[in-house]
Design a protein around this ligand. Structure first.
Ligand code: UD1
Length: 345
């Protein structure tokens, strides 16, 4: 039996990271988790242990800790990295931009330096559809021009993409996520927002659970069919599976060899939209939640939220063709799983 490949998962106890750890294991990889518990809880490790049937390797620490990161590479010799560890709240990034540049940009550089020193040249990177800003046309393709970032958070994702492109000794699968929602079907892991949630689904489920009084729909006068914003919501398990497809590609594509041989037609950096290809309005999401769960959502339509784009959803042709991945779970499943998780919290 050949040894399993070690994959370093930074932010592996977070929302997307924890689901990806399960999918990596399922696909025969050995996840090595590093997480600083800034936006996650140690209980997630217990839940992972229960779901995996063993306790995965976990190191509590920060990607900015150079000595720790170097030590991890020496001890575990990961063959690839999935880099989730980053801050992701738009408003917080406006209030504290330094924190965002330090963690999301400097942290990435620290990680890359350790990878280079240890000859690890494969990474899957968490980017975001935020790089497209307010697109002129939808759906957005990977070739759709990016727009100036509307927040320091968005700027850190754009900068990270540039840094990764320039470091072409490293083969990168850059995944631009649309709106991840839902939870593991067992409801043992899911999204754990800190304090008052900013994002739609945790705010909605907390409202139905009685933790919040009422959900405000941010704006009902947009130029869309029902006046509310449109997003491409994707089940977190589909998203996690996309990471495994990206890791598989890193071990099979031989792209980095071609780049190192000077093949001008090959680029070490590949970018993929990770969405379903279908956009839903905020009101459609609320209706889908009510239908899927039988619960009523207390909401009212309020003012627009500064910085919101009107409508964005993914063109998924490239990811379907090249990565061989497509989303399988529908909006009803996303809503049911998000609600089951909320009830279990
Ligand atoms: C934002 C970021 C995205 C980031 C994601 C994860 C932008 C433009 N988007 O996505 O890059 O990856 O957060 O944190 O930077 N809504 C309400 N009421 C609420 C909350 C949200 O009506 O209480 C609406 C919003 O106006 C929006 C939709 O729900 O139309 C989704 O909002 P949200 O879940 O916050 O995600 P995004 O803003 O799309």
């Amino acid at each position: 039996m050949t040894a399993k490949r070690n994959i370093l998962v930074t932010g592996g106890l977070g929302f997307i990271g924890s689901h990806t750890v399960l999918c990596l294991n399922e696909a025969g990889y050995n996840p090595i988790i590093i997480d600083n518990l800034h936006n996650s809880k140690i209980e997630v490790l217990d839940a992972l242990e229960e779901l995996l049937g063993y306790r995965p390797v976990f190191v509590q620490g920060d990607v900015n800790d150079e000595a720790l990161i170097n030590g991890l590479f020496v001890t575990h010799s990961p063959e690839a990295v999935i880099h989730f560890a980053a801050h992701k709240a738009v408003g917080e990034s406006v209030d504290n931009p330094l924190m965002y540049y330090q963690n999301n940009v400097v942290g990435l550089i620290t990680l890359l330096a350790a990878m280079k020193a240890q000859d690890c040249s494969k990474m899957v990177f968490s980017s975001s559809c935020t790089v497209y800003g307010e697109p002129e046309t939808v759906p957005v393709k990977e070739s759709t021009p990016t727009r100036p970032a509307a927040s320091p958070y968005g700027a850190t994702k754009q900068m990270a993409e540039v840094i990764l492109k320039d470091n072409n000794w490293c083969e990168v699968q850059c995944l631009r996520y649309f709106n991840p929602v839902g939870a593991h079907p067992t409801a043992k892991i899911g999204e754990l927002p800190l304090g008052v949630p900013n994002n739609l689904i945790p705010y909605l489920t907390q409202t139905v659970a009685g933790i919040r009084e009422k959900l405000t729909v941010y704006g009902g006068d947009y130029h869309t069919a029902d006046g509310t914003c449109i997003r491409d919501y994707i089940h977190v398990m589909d998203l996690a599976e996309a990471h495994v497809a990206a890791i598989d590609r890193l071990f099979t594509s031989q792209r980095i060899q071609k780049v190192l041989e000077g093949d001008p037609s090959t680029d070490a950096f590949e970018v993929f939209n990770i969405g379903t290809g279908v956009g839903y309005s905020v009101l459609e999401v609320i209706n889908a939640f009510e239908k899927a769960t039988g619960e009523r959502v207390n909401y009212s339509v309020g003012n627009r939220r500064a910085g919101d784009v009107v409508a964005v959803w993914a063109d998924t042709e490239k990811v379907n063709q090249v990565l061989g991945w497509s989303a399988k779970r529908d909006l009803a499943t996303m809503m049911k799983d998000a609600w089951n998780w909320q009830k279990n919290c």
